[in-house]
Each structure stands twice: as structure tokens, then as C-alpha cells.
Design a protein around this ligand. Structure first.
Ligand SMILES: Nc1ncnc2c1ncn2[C@@H]1O[C@H](COP(=O)(O)OP(=O)(O)O)[C@@H](O)[C@H]1O
Ligand SMILES: [Mg+2]
Length: 199
């Protein structure tokens, strides 16, 4: 199921609220807030309730989900080669392209911050942990977003260079604004390499 991220909910999330895993045991409000206008179709937990006093956001619990990190690790542990992860890479590329085309920057993209909603074979991805996210149309911000994921991805999951390449290829093919973003990603990589040579 595709969940609509409401403008209002996004504002709250961008306001620095924290996810308290607060749904355990009780559901504070039965419905998500009324939509004030959609920012776009990005799969993310529904926001049920925001408590301004305690600074808590009550989010939908994605029941029986696994993180993309654990999923990739278990696929690799089973001895499957990287090619079995290519459909997931394509889905990830599409999701990030959609998010960036809405000018939403996640700010902390890692494979722990993306969940797979069961059944796993559907590759139904859900983005979480928007605490560092912000709205920007700048290719630089999108390029850095992808760079953060690339660093996290390749250091967490060994031998996945082709998987990440597929992700980027799909991102470039899906996003309407990918040209300058991929160029910026190259620049940011170069800066990162220079920094690590100096440091
Ligand atoms: N809405 C959710 N539904 C199910 N599991 C979640 C949800 N939000 C977070 N989690 C789980 O909790 C972990 C940590 O949550 P996260 O929001 O990324 O906080 P942080 O990284 O700041 O500790 C995630 O990696 C995921 O396993
Ligand atoms: Mg997290």
C-alpha cells in the first residue's frame, strides 16, 4: 500500500520530532491527521499524533518489517550472489528518485532507515527516521543525500558495488531532475576522496 505523506505531517517530522516507538501497547489516535495537501507519494509510516508537550511523534508501527540492512545481510548469508539483490536496488533507486523529485532530502539515508514491509518478496519499501530531513530543490543537497547512502551502503554490505550501481542507474532513469544531481554526486565523491587523502 502506498502511504501519502501529508504536508502537515511532513512539517511535524521536519520540526525535529523523535520516534519513540510509542505505539507499543496503545494507539493514541485512530487516524492520521487530515491532509492539508500532499507533498508527494512517498512510502513512510503514517503519523497518528504529535505531542508538542513531550515532543513525541506517534507513528504507524510497520508490523513484522525488516530493515533493508538485515534483508541484504540475510540474502548474502544464504550464499546468494549480488545479482539476486538487483530488483531491490531498482526499487530503492525508484523510491529515492520519487522522493528527490518532490524536493525532499532525507538527510540520513542508510539501509537501517529503510524498511521492507511484509511479504518481503513484494519489495515494498518504507522510509523512516526523517529527523534530519529537509526540503530543498538543490542538486547539491540531493547529491550529498545519495553520497551518504553510498558510503553507508558500501561500508555495511561487502561486494555490493554492482548493486549500488544499479540503484544509481535506476535513480537516473526515473528522476526527472537526475542530470545535475548525478554530476553533483561525482563532485562530492571527489571532494570526499581529496579530504581522505589530506586527512
Ligand atoms: N515505524 C516503524 N515501524 C517499525 N519499525 C520501526 C519504525 N520506526 C523505527 N523502527 C525500527 O527502529 C529502528 C530505529 O528507528 P529510527 O527511527 O531509525 O531511529 P534511530 O536511528 O534514530 O535510532 C529502525 O531501524 C527500525 O528497525
Ligand atoms: Mg535510524
Amino acid at each position: 500500500m502506498e502511504i501519502i505523506m501529508h504536508e502537515q505531517a511532513l512539517g511535524w517530522l521536519l520540526g525535529g520530532g523523535r520516534h519513540p516507538r510509542a505505539l507499543e501497547g496503545r494507539r493514541p489516535a485512530p487516524r492520521a491527521p487530515a491532509p492539508l495537501g500532499c507533498r508527494g507519494r512517498i512510502s513512510a509510516p503514517v503519523v497518528y499524533f504529535v505531542d508538542y508537550v513531550t515532543n513525541c511523534i506517534y507513528l504507524e508501527d510497520i508490523v513484522d518489517s525488516v530493515t533493508v540492512r538485515d534483508h541484504i545481510a540475510s540474502v548474502q548469508q544464504c550464499g546468494n550472489d549480488a545479482s539476486s539483490l538487483l530488483p531491490l536496488a531498482e526499487k530503492l533507486g525508484e523510491l529515492l528518485a520519487r522522493m528527490h523529485d518532490e524536493d525532499l532530502i532525507h538527510g540520513d539515508l542508510t539501509t537501517c532507515n529503510i524498511l521492507l514491509r511484509p511479504p518481503m518478496e513484494k519489495l515494498d519499501l518504507v522510509l523512516i527516521d526523517f529527523g534530519l530531513s529537509f526540503v530543498s530543490g538543490l542538486p547539491e543537497d540531493k547529491g550529498v543525500d545519495l553520497y551518504v547512502l553510498e558510503k553507508a551502503f558500501l561500508s555495511t554490505h561487502p561486494d555490493t558495488e554492482t548493486v549500488f550501481e544499479t540503484l544509481l542507474k535506476t535513480y537516473a532513469a526515473t528522476s526527472k531532475k537526475s542530470g545535475p544531481v548525478v554530476k553533483k554526486l561525482d563532485e562530492v565523491r571527489l571532494r570526499g576522496r581529496k579530504r581522505s587523502m589530506v586527512g
